[in-house]
Design a protein around this ligand. Structure first.
Ligand code: ADP
Ligand code: MG
Length: 436
């Protein structure tokens, strides 16, 4: 029953929050008319009750589940490790005095596929795990959702714990920091809070954008940050946006972020996506055809989490059919996942280029040869050749029935200009990146 409620909750609350608070919860027993749910620790239980209770009630109403719920911390004295083991709730086996660090054992550097889109983030994370507080401090990792920020933070934690078992580490979501701070304010007990956050050798805070509009918590974070920084302790922060773009973050905090290094993660290129799928297939023990890998990698381009989800879905269906994952299975399995809007069409390309040059997209199809139209049209034709499987005549047709030699000429012109003008080359490459 809890699973039903969880499925509903997933639709109301942000993905990251769901992962943080609900992913590791599990129903253990619902005898005596009470739904018993194991959560990793008592703080999670408190947080859920305090901040998500309204949502849970809404989910219960909508699913028709009408029973009291009891949250049982898996680390409570009564339940102890046996419960955790029984329900697959992991706390890492670390020798330092870490109790709150629940690391995903798959999120290691070894399991992270490196490509041009993430190599800076990967290298800086490795460097701080190995030489904390010296090279890049603070380290600010930013990138869109599902691109590996949390994975890298966990990887830092794994490596750091291996290398420095005697040192203290704290990896926490910004939401958790917020909750701890609010609890400290409420109970007027700042000492344990400050001990927890300030007496560490490395502090990793995931999804810092969550604090953007949280006044007091932001101040507290700022002073935590300063104290750690002044003591040469390593700080690693992840976010879905650049420091400057986090609305309402004070200037002074933003400029402090910039003292260290800002490393971005971009959506992975095709080759990296293929390598990620190959690696994950191995981890999940799926047998998969190369063509199926290629198929999935070309259909899902923006988000590694979705890529992984797609692979799992194919794997499940293949297992049911007692088969390996073939292109047919993948095509079928991913029918609903593949977003037609995501397919690159000449119209999408024309609109994109026209928007950039601030001209109406329709002009590119006209017989208009004024200077401010010709170049955007040539670029758009070139992009069609690069990003779609269309032939020269087909592209010509899409541009208001232009002759195929016009398209060939356009591609040639753009290639020549790219070869002689590095600025232009960068511009066209950025178009390709944004569209792909
Ligand atoms: P974010 O925190 O940026 O939203 P996550 O770290 O949760 O993203 O990553 C989503 C999923 O994608 C995870 O399962 C992670 O292991 C996987 N992933 C992301 N990037 C890579 C990569 N370069 N190599 C292997 N797995 C990756
Ligand atoms: Mg994350």
């Amino acid at each position: 029953m809890w699973e039903l409620i969880k499925d509903k909750l997933k639709t109301y609350i942000p993905e990251e929050s769901f992962k943080e608070w609900f992913e590791h919860t599990k129903e253990v027993d619902s005898s005596n008319g009470v739904i018993k749910v194991v959560v990793p620790d008592s703080e999670v239980a408190d947080f859920i009750k305090e901040f998500y209770w309204d949502f849970i009630q809404k989910a219960m109403l909508e699913t028709g589940v009408n029973k009291p719920i009891e949250f049982i911390p898996s680390n409570s004295a009564l339940n102890g490790d046996s419960l955790k083991q029984q329900h697959g709730i992991k706390t890492p086996n670390v020798s330092n005095n870490l109790t709150k660090l629940s690391l995903n054992s798959d999120y290691t550097f070894e399991n992270f596929v490196v490509g041009p889109s993430n190599e800076l983030a990967f290298a800086t994370c490795k460097a701080v795990a190995e030489s904390p507080g010296t090279v890049y401090n603070p380290l600010y990792i930013y990138g869109g959702t599902g691109l590996g920020k949390t994975h890298l933070l966990h990887a830092v934690a794994h490596r750091f714990c291996e290398l420095y078992p005697e040192k203290k580490i704290l990896l926490i979501s910004a939401e958790r920091f917020f909750y701890d701070y609010v609890s400290a304010v409420k109970s007027n007990k700042f000492l344990p809070f400050r001990e927890k956050y300030r007496e560490v050798d490395i502090l990793l805070v995931d999804d810092i954008q969550y604090l953007a509009n949280k006044g007091g918590t932001k101040e507290e974070f700022f002073s935590t940050f300063n104290e750690l920084f002044d003591n040469k302790k390593q700080i690693v922060i992840s976010s879905d946006s650049l420091p400057n773009d986090i609305y309402q973050f004070q200037e002074r905090l933003v400029s402090r972020f910039k003292w260290g290094i800002v490393a971005d993660i971009q959506p992975p290129e095709l080759e990296t996506r293929i390598a990620i799928l190959t690696k994950k297939a191995k981890i999940f023990n799926f047998e998969i055809d190369d063509e199926a890998i290629y198929f999935i990698a070309t259909k899902l381009r923006k988000n590694v989490r979705e890529l992984e989800g797609a692979l799992k879905k194919c794997g499940l269906i293949a297992r049911l059919k007692n088969s390996k994952i073939t292109v047919e299975i993948a095509k079928n399995a991913l029918k609903d996942v593949i977003d037609d809007n995501d397919v690159i069409t000449p119209d999408r390309i024309m609109k994109f280029v026209a928007d950039y040059y601030k001209i109406p997209a329709g002009k590119l199809k006209e017989k208009n040869n004024s200077r401010n139209i010709v170049l955007p049209r040539q670029i758009a034709m070139y992009l069609c050749k690069q990003l779609t499987n269309l032939s020269f005549p087909e592209i010509g047709k899409a541009f208001g029935n232009k002759h195929h030699t016009t398209v060939m000429y356009a591609c040639n012109q753009v290639e020549n200009k790219m070869a002689s003008d590095p600025k232009f080359k960068r511009l066209v490459e950025s178009f390709i990146q944004s569209l792909d």
